[in-house]
Ligand binder design. Structure first.
Ligand SMILES: Cc1cc2nc3c(=O)[nH]c(=O)nc-3n(C[C@H](O)[C@H](O)[C@H](O)COP(=O)(O)OP(=O)(O)OC[C@H]3O[C@@H](n4cnc5c(N)ncnc54)[C@H](O)[C@@H]3O)c2cc1C
Length: 355
């Protein structure tokens, strides 16, 4: 039987530590309980929020006026892949993501190693196509099993049909939140070596050329060390890790938008950028935020602030509210737009809030 409670405070269930109570809160320990809890909320026509590890959510101080279903399903199954050197790993939505990555690294399965240290649960990884250090889950997801709230059926979606893009997917774009992820299947390669290291900072840390490979465990350790340096590994002793990760995505600009930005900052100022398809570049949001006058540690209302280690993370060192975090994010967003003409998009999901 799932545990059902009323008025559960959500702040303690999010990494930012903000958010008021859920009117109704169900913890679903099995897939059947998860589907039943979602069906039940839908039958009552109640607002529904699926909660994983709460690491990509900013929930309003007034809480959630409906049912919050916490995913607590478990289970990992391994099957032979299409080729002799591949395996298919099917992971329940409620499995801790970094635990999955660590066990793959230990088992000599390559494909997830650069995604070490990302908080949250496996079921949330397809939602924003989690990525870091040159890897993203879309590269290795073969299928996503979902409960479809529109049809009331369970369906298997092939990876290419999930609309994956940079920090997005059809799941994230769909504001009706039609699909609940039950399990994700990954295709991984049996190898003690990582995939090609594409991220320059990681390649430097590993002492390999870009595109080179390194032992899986070495890559995991290097990624964790780089992430710790930026407050991007959850650590109760590090207030800079009380965040929702990067608060803004890196904007993709077309040639005309980039030219306009270059004109605004001055032709002599080199703008960091990465190729993002024909006629498009991705500009680091952290650079834009810095350029608009916000430094590391910049204070906001109520103790909310920019991380002292990374301009892209907004943190609640303790005592800040969701309104404080949203207030700081709004000031940053508006100043970047007004000074640099770039409309930054929020990476976390805002629940009951807007900037
Ligand atoms: C310190 C820190 C570092 C981070 N670094 C990275 C990073 O490097 N790269 C990156 O991509 N992200 C990063 N993140 C963001 C976050 O960890 C990921 O987006 C993660 O996948 C969210 O998982 P979660 O279980 O916590 O999801 P939650 O925050 O609980 O939920 C996020 C969204 O997904 C929905 N959701 C969750 N589970 C399901 C499900 N089973 N079915 C349907 N919808 C669901 C929720 O309703 C919500 O809309 C970081 C966050 C923090 C705090």
């Amino acid at each position: 039987m799932p545990s059902v409670r009323d008025q559960v405070l959500l702040a303690g269930l999010t990494t930012l530590g903000v958010g008021g109570p859920a009117r109704r809160f169900v913890r679903a320990g099995t897939e059947a309980e998860l589907i039943a809890a979602v069906r039940d909320a839908d039958q009552r026509a109640e607002p529904l929020l699926i909660l994983g590890g709460g690491s990509n959510l900013v929930i309003a101080d007034t809480g959630f006026p409906g049912t919050v279903v916490q995913v607590a399903t478990r289970g990992i199954e391994q099957a032979a892949g299409p080729d002799a050197d591949t395996v298919r790993l099917t992971v329940a939505a409620g499995e801790d993501w970094d635990g999955v990555v660590a066990s793959c690294v230990a088992a000599g399965l390559s494909g997830l190693e650069c995604l070490s240290g990302i908080p949250g649960l496996t079921g949330a990884t397809p939602i924003q196509n989690v990525g870091a250090y040159g890897q993203e889950v879309a590269e290795v997801i073969t299928t996503v099993r979902v409960y479809d709230r529109a049809t009331g059926e369970v369906a298997e979606l092939a990876g290419p049909d999930c609309g994956f893009g940079y920090r997005t997917s059809m799941f994230k774009r769909d504001s009706s939140r039609r699909r609940v992820v039950l399990a994700v299947t990954f295709r991984l390669r049996r190898s003690e070596l990582s995939g090609p290291v594409r991220y320059a900072e990681l390649a430097r840390a590993l002492g390999v050329p870009e595109g080179g490979r390194a032992p899986l465990a070495t890559v995991r350790e290097a990624v964790l060390a780089l992430r710790r340096g930026k407050g991007m590994v959850l650590d109760p002793a590090d207030p800079d890790s009380r965040s929702a990760g990067s608060f803004f995505t890196n904007p993709v600009l077309d040639d005309a938008q980039f030219a306009a930005l270059q004109k605004l900052v001055g032709a002599e100022v080199p703008i960091p950028r990465f190729p993002a398809g024909p006629g498009q570049v991705k500009v680091p949001a952290a650079w834009l935020i810095g350029q608009a006058g916000f430094g590391k540690g910049h204070p906001g209302p109520g103790g909310a602030r920019i991380s002292t280690k990374h301009t892209l993370a907004l943190v609640n060192p303790g005592g800040a509210t969701a309104a404080d975090i949203a207030g700081l994010a709004g000031v940053i967003h508006d100043q970047v737009r007004d000074q640099l003409g770039v409309d930054l998009a929020c990476e976390p999901i805002l629940v009951g809030l807007s900037l």
